[in-house]
Design a protein around this ligand. Sequence first.
Ligand SMILES: [Mg+2]
Length: 346
Amino acid sequence: MRLDFEVLELRTRHSFAIARAASMPVRHSIWVRVQDNDEVTGWGEAAVTTPYYGETAETATAVLPLLGATLEEAAIGDPFALERIEAAVQNRLGGNSAVKTAISAALHDLVGKKLEVPVWRLWGLDPVGPISSFTIAIDDVERMRERVIEAAAYPILKIKVGTARDEEILGMIREEAPDKTIRVDANTGWTVKQTLAALPMLEEYGVELIEQPLPPDDLEGMRAVTAASTIPTVADESCKTAADIPDLVGAVDVINIKLSKCGSLREGLRMVHCARAHHMQVMLGCMIESTLGVAAAIQLAPLVDYVDLDGAALLAADPFQGPGIDPDGKLRFNEAPGLGVTCTSS
Ligand SMILES: [Mg+2]
């Protein structure tokens, strides 16, 4: 099995700031390709677009060359041995979740192409899922207003908060979008005290979900918030893999799965079932990433309660086309084998 990769430059259409990170003019993502002995090729994306989780284009391009031999050895002529190959990649790398996810996505793409079925069908799923939210990033209030107007077709907005002007922002959102479903994501930007104080305002504005108000390790704080809140709470930065879920029971109502955090498509599936076993709800999210990365995540969407897969919709230009979200937030699956993605640029 051969492995090669290419660094992609991604730019968002508008500046994209959140509570814990300023906007970046250019982000890098890695297009990973694996090819088996029959010359069938599978693609995956390592969305190393946010340095928060410790991965960058530099770390990804440093570790990817180490994986060629691991893949070759683990696959030994059998690309269908997905558990074995993923375990070998896991053992070789430890961290580097986005890189491991790209390999996993490429292997699933390859297997789907060999069997001539989309990955969602390989998993026995129907190609339907919840409507995706569209993110309004932090900016000055008037620019955020322009983004809300531009996002008129999306029925669900995820508003980035964690600023000194959150109430003003939510007031503006309700002026422009009185009937839309709105979710807030503070990206660890609030304290327990601030979150508890914000609850009446969030309730008044009809907020549907409160995502990651507190720092990732403050599970005690999250317990207090969740106990006090009538609005369900979501763990994103606090929840990377299935192993994080048992500690989150009682601390949040919902976990947010992102493939680039969890390290593989199969770990994403395990997270869904682990959360269900603990009577928790599941959101499926993504980073700023192209349609190649979003298409891998969307294969899991039939299994979740909430979807936030706007990563490619936020881009100025997308090098790929395939499964994703339509401008009204509806999920777009396709019947093409594997991940169903093609390249649009030469
Ligand atoms: Mg989040």
